[in-house]
Design a protein around this ligand. Structure first.
Ligand code: FES
Length: 138
């Protein structure tokens, strides 16, 4: 991982993430969408579409991509990049799955380990095992 201060944060069971869906993990700097594909791969990206900030966690997962529910941009879950003619990128977060538990890589303060901002206000978010599909979108 990036530096000595990074560590893995247990964010809950993969069973809590719907197949071809997502759950939102609230971190001090913003909210992260943890996605589960049809083949039980997990990916984590900032829950904010690079177009106009739509809630990607509420999009439809197909293959290793998600379609934003607002204007149908397709975002790669692997790279965070918009696909096709659309241009933009959302932050990806290192994630791993071990014994059915999903882990995100964060630093000692609970920030994302790579330090890049997600662009979302942290107010109201808290570090921990919060898996909440009903997180309000500003
Ligand atoms: S906000 Fe996601 S496509 Fe427009």
């Amino acid at each position: 991982m990036n530096g000595d201060d990074s560590h893995w944060l247990d964010v809950g069971s993969i069973a809590d993430v719907p197949v071809r869906g997502a759950r939102v993990v609230k971190l001090p700097i913003g909210c992260v969408a943890v996605f589960r594909t049809a083949t039980d791969e997990v990916f984590a990206i900032a829950d904010r579409c690079p177009h106009k900030g739509g809630p990607l966690s509420q999009g439809i997962v197909h293959g290793k991509a998600v379609t934003c529910p607002l204007h149908n941009w397709v975002i790669s879950l692997e790279t965070g990049e918009a696909q096709g003619a659309d241009k933009g990128q959302v932050q990806t977060i290192p994630v791993k799955l071990e014994d059915g538990v999903v882990w995100l890589c964060v630093d000692g303060a609970g920030n994302l380990a790579n330090g890049a901002p997600t662009g979302r206000a942290a107010r109201g978010c808290s570090l921990g095992k919060s898996l909440d599909r009903d997180h309000p979108i500003p």
